[in-house]
Design a protein around this ligand. Structure first.
Ligand SMILES: [Fe+2]
Length: 254
C-alpha cells in the first residue's frame, strides 16, 4: 500500500523556488481559461523566482469533477506547448483535493493525484468547520505513504483566531502550506492576520502562489517581499525553496 502512488521525481537542477499550488492548466477549473493565459501565468511565476511550478487543478465534487487521467492528459498537452517556449519553469502536476467522502474513496482506490513522486498530496478543507474524523483520515494517508499538505490553513474559519484546533492535525504529520498572497490581504483581513500569526508561530513549512491568472504573478512577487519582512530572508528562502523540495522528496524535518 505505501508504494501505491510512488512515481519518479525529477527536481530542477538549480536552486530556484518550487511552487506547490497553482492553476495554470487551461479550462479545467477556476484557473486560467486558455493556453496563452496559462503560458503567461507560468512565465510570470518564473519571473518572480520559481524554477518549478506544480499545477494543482481542483478535484471537488459538484464543482470541478476532475479525475487523474484526464488531468494528466490536459497537463501533458499544455506542457508540450510550453516546451516550445524558452526559459519557462519546469512544469509538473498534482491536484488540490477537496476533503470529502469522494476524495477519501478516490484516495483509497488509487485515484487521487498526489504531488510528483507520490509522497505527498495537497488537500483543501471546507472553509467554515473542520470535518469529522479529519485527523484520523490524515493519519491513514500517512500510513499509506502520502503526507497530507494542507492548502491555505489561514483561510479556514477555525484557525482565524487561534491555531489550537490544528494541533491534532500537526500531531499526525500534516504539513501546512501558506498561500503567500494571503499576506497582501487578497483574501481579506482575517486570513491575512491568521497567516501573520501562524508565521510568527512557525506553523508553516512552505509557501506557494495559488495563482489562478497571469495578473497574480506580480502580486506573488510583492507577497514574497512581505514574507521576507515577516520571517527574515533565510526563512523566506527555505519556505519557497528547500521546504517545497522536502515535501516532494519526503525529507520533511520536524
Ligand atoms: Fe488553489
Amino acid at each position: 500500500m505505501s508504494a501505491r502512488y510512488r512515481t519518479e521525481l525529477v527536481l530542477p537542477p538549480d536552486r530556484g523556488y518550487v511552487d506547490l499550488h497553482s492553476h495554470y492548466v487551461p479550462a479545467v477549473d477556476d484557473g486560467v481559461k486558455s493556453v496563452d493565459e496559462g503560458l503567461a501565468l507560468v512565465r510570470g511565476l518564473g519571473e518572480v523566482g520559481f524554477s518549478m511550478v506544480v499545477a494543482t487543478p481542483h478535484i471537488r465534487t459538484a464543482m470541478f469533477e476532475n479525475r487523474a487521467a484526464p488531468l494528466r492528459s490536459a497537463h501533458a498537452a499544455f506542457r508540450e506547448r510550453a516546451e516550445t517556449e524558452a526559459d519557462l519553469p519546469v512544469l509538473d502536476l498534482g491536484a488540490e483535493h477537496y476533503f470529502d467522502d469522494v476524495f477519501w474513496r478516490l484516495f483509497e482506490e488509487g485515484g487521487a493525484l498526489p504531488y510528483p513522486g507520490g509522497r505527498s498530496a495537497l488537500v483543501e478543507l471546507p472553509r467554515e468547520r473542520l470535518p469529522h474524523g479529519l485527523a484520523q483520515a490524515f493519519f491513514r494517508m500517512r500510513v499509506a505513504g502520502v503526507t497530507p499538505v494542507l492548502a491555505h490553513p489561514e483561510r479556514y474559519r477555525p484557525f482565524f483566531d487561534a491555531t489550537d484546533d490544528m494541533d491534532p492535525l500537526l500531531d499526525v504529520g500534516v504539513v501546512p502550506l501558506l498561500d503567500i498572497m494571503s499576506l497582501t490581504g487578497k483574501y481579506g483581513k482575517k486570513p491575512q492576520e491568521a497567516a501573520e500569526r501562524m508565521l510568527d508561530e512557525g506553523v508553516y513549512y512552505a509557501a506557494c502562489s495559488d495563482a489562478h491568472r497571469p495578473a497574480d504573478a506580480p502580486v506573488v512577487g510583492e507577497a514574497m517581499a512581505l514574507l521576507e519582512r515577516r520571517v527574515g530572508r533565510e526563512e523566506k528562502e527555505f519556505m519557497l525553496g528547500q521546504g517545497p523540495r522536502d515535501i516532494l522528496a519526503g525529507t520533511i524535518q520536524d
